[in-house]
Write a protein that binds this ligand. Structure first.
Ligand SMILES: [Fe+2]
Length: 428
């Protein structure tokens, strides 16, 4: 009788949410969020080594990264948040943001003068700089690059010799680097996210296929299986300060396939009528995370996304131009209008981005020069992007991504659209 009372008393002293957390953390069978795969692993993954492409292996080893126990790494289970409120609290502070492009030379002479060639891919978005090594840029050139990215949306660099450590250092120059609580990372280097579809497909058992990979491009409101980065999106919009300057470096590139699209948010905004712009200016919307966590108040309700409110139209701090800050994967609803109105408006805004070929760029990463990688650095505040899934996770493609977070998104009521600022006609 005494034992049973003590047991009951003990149980009642542990809150339910704590009890669930204890069970998840102590179980080999349970995980949280969107981590896939039947065999749950944390730390370096030995299975990844079996399919690690040779150019990637050479880059990692040359940089002194220890892959002897496996690759890539997933944060230790004890560090992964279980509940939404814990995940929401990550970086939910007043971290000072320094905008590197703001005081850069508007003509960018140090950067553009040192390039062998400057190739604008399209009128509105995408520029390649030839003949520069990202690892060797001076601070002045880095500042000018920040401004160029702020103006052109995305800037490409081919034939790069770039270690993960150097990539991280450049990211840290541009802002606070995001350290993902769940994502796969380069061993020992939190802040470098591994972008490796072959691993997702072949090791983690992603169910993305040729048939289903685009379903969410037809109906954003429904979460189809296989939905992923081929849906137009910007990164990390659930953060208090979402992604700013973001750098993907591919060290293994397929001969054919695996392209990436970027879309201009300045130009998407300028496609709208002046009356509709006025309606949207100042509206706010709910943005969600890609990864999921449990709701402490409804732990049996299944994993849920983090939600964060941001302005729908935002001002870029370097250029001062307005951009349409919607995101097909992660903007869920506009505040202050009905759900029906919100869906109709959002679908229209996504269409403006997707159906106007003149505000997009499609980047073919290859062909790869042996021993060199290719970098794309874009501004997630003023663009959306999506990957093309035609390599289907079978052709070797591996990259490392470093994301410098930006400022708390804001709309400066005195800021102008890009066309307005450049003196281009708004009514034709
Ligand atoms: Fe992305």
């Amino acid at each position: 009788m005494t034992t049973s009372t003590a047991t009951l008393k003990l149980q009642s002293e542990i809150p339910l949410d704590q009890e669930i957390e204890n069970i998840i953390r102590s179980s080999d069978k349970l995980t949280i969020g969107t981590r896939k795969g039947t065999e749950i692993l944390y730390g370096p993954d030995p299975r990844g080594l079996k399919i690690l492409p040779q150019p990637t292996r050479e880059r990692l080893e040359a940089a002194g990264i220890d892959i002897s126990k496996g690759y890539p790494s997933v944060p230790d289970k004890s560090e992964v948040p279980i509940y939404l409120d814990e995940a929401f609290a990550i970086r939910n502070d007043d971290y000072p943001y320094v905008d590197r492009g703001k005081n850069a030379d508007p003509e960018k002479k140090a950067l553009l003068g040192a390039a062998k060639e400057v190739i604008h891919y399209t009128k509105h978005i995408g520029t390649e700089l030839v003949g520069l090594q990202l690892a060797d840029l001076t601070d002045k050139q880095r500042d000018e690059l920040a401004l160029l990215i702020g103006e052109r949306g995305v800037v490409f660099f081919r034939e790069q010799k770039l270690s993960p450590q150097k990539q991280l250092e450049l990211g840290e120059y541009y802002g606070r680097v995001e350290k993902h609580p769940q994502g796969s990372q380069v061993n020992g280097l939190r802040g470098i996210t591994v972008i490796w579809q072959d691993y997702q497909q072949q090791v983690l058992g992603s169910n993305r296929t040729f048939k289903n990979n685009n379903y969410n491009n037809f109906d954003f409101a429904r979460n189809y299986p296989g939905a992923g980065t081929q849906i137009m999106h910007t990164d990390l919009v659930h953060e208090k300060t979402p992604a700013g300057i973001t750098h993907l470096h591919l060290d293994t590139i397929p001969d054919v396939g695996g392209d990436t699209y970027w879309f201009s948010g300045y130009a998407a905004y300028d496609k709208l009528s002046e009356e509709f712009k006025k309606f949207l200016d100042g509206k706010k919307a709910v943005y969600v995370s890609a990864h999921k966590y449990l709701d402490r108040d409804d732990p049996f309700g299944g994993p849920k996304n983090i939600e964060r409110v941001h302005p729908l139209v935002r001002t870029h701090p370097s250029t001062g131009w307005k951009s349409l800050f919607v995101n097909k994967s992660m903007t869920r609803r506009i505040l202050g209008v009905s759900p029906v109105e919100s869906d109709i408006i959002l679908n229209y805004l996504f269409d403006v981005y997707e159906k106007n070929a003149d505000i997009q760029v499609r980047f073919k990463w290859g062909p790869q020069k042996p021993g060199y990688g290719v970098s794309a650095i874009w501004d997630n505040r003023i663009t959306q992007h999506k990957s093309v899934f035609d390599a289907e996770g079978r052709a070797a493609r591996h990259g490392t991504r470093v994301t410098a977070l930006g400022e708390v998104p804001y709309l400066d009521p005195n800021s102008k659209s890009q066309r307005e600022a450049l003196g281009l006609p708004l009514d034709e």
